[in-house]
Design a protein around this ligand. Structure first.
Ligand SMILES: Cc1cc2nc3c(=O)[nH]c(=O)nc-3n(C[C@H](O)[C@H](O)[C@H](O)COP(=O)(O)OP(=O)(O)OC[C@H]3O[C@@H](n4cnc5c(N)ncnc54)[C@H](O)[C@@H]3O)c2cc1C
Length: 424
């Protein structure tokens, strides 16, 4: 039975940063429920686990979430893929794969996000050789504007426009992801990495492990590095020094998060329990925060970091923490890493909307000369017209979305600002 749609009054994103204007939320239990919700007509939009920080998932009308549809994972060892319900969290599929000796190539910091919501916004982890999570999508099953169940996948022409799809072409119900044999990862914290070394050796530092994250509040002369290395066994030695920084036995801390919310440091373990920063089995924090994030070409990384550092006196008092990560270039039309090796500069702000808004604008102004792409799921004030030249395939994506959804039933005001028409 389809949920007739619960009232959404006061319904907010996970952090509370944004209040939805949608009037109805349909919590689908089956793909048939999704088809019926779309067949009912009007504007309709997919909602994941609500971990975005803006109005991207909203539409003032009906939202449909597929998080209640059973995951039913199907592993195909010959094609090295798993197909799973799109509303499944990364944490759930990671544990399921690990139990069977298989793995995903990367994960984001938070395992609680839905697969469909994460890929739709180009969510990423870290690693100079690792692409965004959406690049592991081999196929998608989705309910289209005529409420038909469709499949798209590699090597369909235009498929590169779909994984980072912003919810614009339908409601994704199953996702096929690339998998590989399970592997071990060890993560270590290095303290006292000097800003001088970061600015002088950024590429070398970001490539020192499988996944590298730098944490800072922009004050002081040094940053902290978290290095996740793929290891052959629990006794693999790891260096005690990293570009002049020393290994810190811990316990690791992330801003004001409780320490036992984090995955284990200093000991090898399954990829599924080391690649995310946060443990899947506990709530990561109370969510009292605002996030923004920017993708720049890695070659501009040192100049961009220096530009933000000059704003430290404004940024630091409003900040919980900044995380700096690397991603590899990909060919996904709306990916933040489209066609360029990327440095991602992330800000977890204190929940002080007014002053944070001002600081976000200052950061965006400082990064503007570097063709900065904002994270689709986080707060940004960069105007839609400025995004056009930043995404060389935006025009193609718009044409694709309009072909798949000619009436604009899945569009919303944010997509309209990007030129994707929406029905009234
Ligand atoms: C604590 C925290 C940590 C985070 N860490 C990272 C990180 O490490 N890296 C990173 O890049 N981002 C990170 N994010 C951002 C987060 O990954 C993205 O905002 C992501 O989109 C959240 O997924 P969701 O399921 O909550 O999507 P929602 O916020 O619910 O929706 C986002 C978009 O996805 C679309 N969508 C959702 N479900 C479907 C579907 N079934 N079919 C079609 N479209 C759909 C929606 O329409 C909307 O456009 C973090 C966020 C938080 C709160």
């Amino acid at each position: 039975m389809i949920d007739p749609g619960s009232e959404t009054s006061g319904f907010r994103t996970w952090s509370g940063a944004y209040q939805f204007t949608a009037r109805r939320l349909v919590a689908a239990r089956t793909i048939q429920d999704v088809r019926r919700a779309v067949a009912a007509g009007g504007r309709v939009r997919a909602l994941g686990t609500r971990h975005s920080f803006n109005d991207l998932a909203d539409n003032g009308a009906t939202l449909v979430t597929v998080t209640g549809i059973a995951p039913d994972p199907v592993l195909d060892e010959s094609s090295r893929t798993v197909t799973v319900g799109a509303g499944t969290t990364y944490g759930a599929i990671a544990a399921w794969l690990q139990e069977r000796g298989w793995a995903l190539g990367n994960l984001a910091s938070l395992p609680h996000v839905s697969i469909a919501g994460a890929i739709a916004t180009g969510t990423h982890g870290s690693g100079s050789g690792n692409r965004v999570l959406s690049a592991a999508v081999a196929g998608l099953d989705y309910v289209d504007a005529d409420s038909e169940l469709r499949h798209a996948g590699r090597p369909d022409p235009d498929f590169d426009g779909m994984p980072v799809g912003l919810g614009a072409f339908g409601i994704v119900v199953r996702v096929t992801l690339d998998v590989e044999p399970a592997y071990l990862v060890r993560q270590d914290v290095y303290a006292g990495l000097s800003w001088d070394r970061v600015l002088a050796d950024l590429d070398g530092i970001m490539s020192v492990g499988y996944s590298v994250s730098l944490f800072t509040d922009w004050s002081g002369e040094s940053v902290q590095a978290w290095v996740k290395r793929r290891v052959a066994g629990p006794d693999d030695a790891v260096p005690a020094e990293l570009f002049g920084a020393h290994r810190d036995p811990g316990p690791a801390r992330l801003a004001d998060s409780p320490v036992d919310n984090l995955t284990v440091h200093g000991a090898a373990g399954p990829w599924s329990q080391r690649l995310p920063h946060f443990r899947a089995d506990v709530r990561p924090s109370n969510g009292d925060e605002i996030q923004s994030e920017y993708f720049v070409a890695r070659r501009h990384g040192p100049a961009c970091l220096a530009a933000v550092r000059r704003l430290a006196s404004l940024v630091t008092p409003l900040l919980l923490v900044t995380e700096i990560r690397a991603t590899a270039a990909d060919g996904l039309w709306l990916s933040g890493s489209y066609d360029r090796e990327t440095l991602a500069i992330h800000f977890t702000w204190r929940n002080r909307p007014g002053p944070v808004d001002g600081a976000v604008r200052e950061v965006e102004a400082a990064l503007a000369p570097f063709a900065t792409r904002p994270h689709w799921g986080k707060v940004s004030h960069i105007e839609a017209e400025k995004l056009e030249p930043l995404y060389p395939r935006l025009r193609d994506a718009r044409a694709l979305f309009e072909r798949l959804d000619p009436q604009g039933r899945f569009s919303n005001s944010r997509l309209e600002r990007l030129g994707v028409r929406a029905i009234r």
